[in-house]
Design a protein around this ligand. Structure first.
Ligand code: AMP
Length: 208
């Protein structure tokens, strides 16, 4: 799943993985899990993530390749937010060379004004990680999780300065992957504006 921050990659990745019955992983979630467990990798990643910049390739590639190794032999998998640089894409190609590389890169296209609105209103439960949005999916009680009655927080990297930086990083480092997969004939573009269900239908159509 390829696309700018706030495109809805995570939401759609979960739905597709359920539909296709394959495991999925978000590199951002892997980093956040390391942070919650306060591992060395988590502490390293935090310093990059809070500013909205990418964690260095070497660390990221090793972490995702470990996950892939543990999840092979299950009829496929879905990656959300990885690769995010050409170096990561090449490492992935190399790792999957024996099985012909990835099948498809789905590029979720959403205009920047919509992305800023989505990201700046996003709230996450600090305990169960359920996501809300101040306008699109507000909790019943302001800033309290409906499921586990825990306080909701804004991610550090959803704060205005970090959002600006994440867009810049996306344009410079990740957007070139659109051409990369286009040239390989593996790219499918999906319009990421509309209801979750509608976008989900477009995704599945693109995949099939
Ligand atoms: P995400 O949850 O996908 O928005 O990712 C949050 C942050 O995690 C990003 O802004 C980066 O700092 C870091 N991150 C996630 N995936 C990658 C990746 N593939 N390469 C480098 N940094 C990443």
């Amino acid at each position: 799943m390829l696309g700018p921050p706030g495109a809805g990659k995570g939401t759609q990745a979960t739905l597709i993985a359920e539909n296709l019955k394959i495991p999925q992983i978000s590199s951002g979630d892997l980093f956040r899990d390391h942070q919650d467990r306060d591992t060395e990798l988590g502490r390293l990643a935090r310093s990059y993530m809070k500013d909205g910049v990418l964690v260095p390739d070497k660390v990221t590639i090793t972490m995702v390749m470990d996950w892939i190794e543990q999840n092979t032999g299950v009829g496929g998998f879905l990656l959300d937010g990885f690769p995010r640089t050409i170096a990561q894409a090449k490492a992935l190609d190399q790792a999957l060379a024996d099985s012909g590389g990835i099948d498809l890169a789905i590029y979720v296209n959403v205009p920047e004004t919509e992305l800023v609105h989505r990201l700046s209103g996003r709230l996450v439960c600090s305990k169960c990680k359920t996501q809300y949005h101040t306008d699109f999916a507000p909790p019943s009680e302001p800033c309290i999780c409906d499921k586990c009655i825990t306080e909701l927080n804004q991610r550090d990297d959803d704060k205005p300065e970090a959002i600006k930086k994440r867009f810049q990083v996306y344009q410079e480092e990740t957007a070139p992957l659109i051409d990369y997969y286009q040239v390989l004939g593996r790219l499918r573009e999906v319009n990421g504006v509309g209801s979750i269900e509608k976008i989900g239908e477009r995704m599945l159509k693109a995949l099939h």
